[in-house]
Design a protein around this ligand. Sequence first.
Ligand code: CP
Length: 303
Amino acid sequence: MHILTMNDLTNDDMFDLLHTAEGYRLQQQQQLIKPYYTANLFFENSTRTKSSFEMAERKFGMNIISFDAQTASIQKGETLYDTVKTLEAIGVDVVVIRHGEDRYFDQLDGHVKLSIINGGDGMGHHPSQCLLDLLTIYQEYQSFNGLTVTVVGDIQHSRVARSNAMALKRLGATVQFAGPKEWMDQDLQQIGHHIDFDKAVETSDVLMMLRVQHERHASGMTFSKQEYHHLYGLTSEREKKMKAHSIIMHPAPVNRGVEIADELVECERSRIFKQMENGVYVRMAMLQFVLQKREAKKHEFVN
Ligand code: CP
């Protein structure tokens, strides 16, 4: 069992994961019965995803096999496939992988017995971020039905936008997009309309601001930081026009003063650090989910 994209999960799975994560939030440390082994393979930079998976693994008492992409044999030309097969051969049960290539996991799916959790693939998918975002919204509204969620900014380059838009639509939310039209993703137009940002500010229950992903822009940013902030950034003036009880989210890292005004990052409506906290519980739930499915499959085989 892998979790590579949100399509690997049914709606029931998503709710099960949210309820399990919420359970972990309310309880204390958990210990898995068997000593499982995990490795976190991060070929792209990360603070939140890497450290909160590690926190989740430690809370479970899992054994973490250290892996550093800078000193691994990948640097001698070893493929990702052989790297993962090696970890499987030495007894690793679960790998969390972040990789710059879209759908890097296609070369592994069906060829490895260990479980893979996708920690983000290029501009593709980010299921653990999606689930922690879902948990944050669910804690606020106890439902997705009837909510209006606007995803704002660099949509085309965002794996968070893709995973969240697909999952939120499936769960009954109205998803819409705002920001530079040239950064809109054509495929996501089937999920929601692109609307004027100022209109979105006044009508959304959730404003999901996205980081401008400079590193994925072919020819640099087409706006100055000030220009972008003026046109598409969440300024204090705009925040005052938001609906009562509506919330601000951002997957982070945040470009303060670009996507969102510095003073709004920790304002009352902001759930940005709550999202990070939820990341640990959601990742615990994901680890438990894949390990349980693995055990069930082993028993099926034995019986
Ligand atoms: N939101 C997110 O994926 O953050 P990191 O890149 O720091 O993991």
